[in-house]
Design a protein around this ligand. Structure first.
Ligand code: PNS
Length: 159
């Protein structure tokens, strides 16, 4: 049984994340999406909102589970008995940070390996922060996020 964790802030989940989740689900028996609870980035959506959106958009994929976590990623991976971390790689700009993350995690927990999925080219420019910014100016984000997320972003910024 191969179980992988796909960690992130998911503030909010984008079509790029969903692409990685969908493709990742074909490589592993189970993929646990780990939503970082205490992000230093002071998230727009609460962890419950982020988890619920992820649950809604992954409803049709059997081997995906959504959980939140706090603290170190390797401790979360250990707690769910996963030895693989999946991360999406968009462009060379992601590489340095991702390499540092992967190598640090490996140094502190040698039983963990990080596997990168190269993001589909249509989503290579996409990030949650860009989506939040466009939504904050009432721009059209329907190409970037699932429909239910568009609605949730509208609700946030209409307040
Ligand atoms: O979607 P993000 O914000 O790029 O995801 C970053 C994440 C959640 C993978 C990373 O910040 C993380 O693993 N945070 C938990 C704390 C930790 O384990 N840090 C790694 C030590 S280098």
């Amino acid at each position: 049984m191969t179980r992988a964790v796909y960690p992130g802030s998911f503030d909010p989940v984008t079509l790029g994340h969903l692409d990685v989740i969908t493709r990742g689900s074909r490589f592993f028996d189970e993929v646990i999406v780990g939503v970082l609870q205490n992000s230093a980035k002071s998230p727009l959506f609460s962890v419950e909102e982020r988890v619920n959106m992820l649950r809604e958009v992954t409803e049709g994929i059997d081997n995906i589970e959504i959980q939140s976590f706090d603290g170190l990623l390797i401790d979360f991976a250990k707690s769910v008995d996963a030895h693989i971390i999946v991360r999406g790689l968009r462009a060379v700009t992601d590489f340095e940070y991702e390499l540092q993350l992967a190598q640090t995690n490996k140094a502190v927990y040698p039983d963990i390996d990080t596997l990168f999925l190269v993001t589909s080219v249509v989503y290579s420019y996409l990030s949650s922060s860009v989506v939040r910014e466009i939504a904050s100016y009432n721009g059209d984000i329907s190409k970037f996020v699932p429909e239910c997320v568009t609605e949730k972003l509208k609700e946030k910024f209409d307040k």
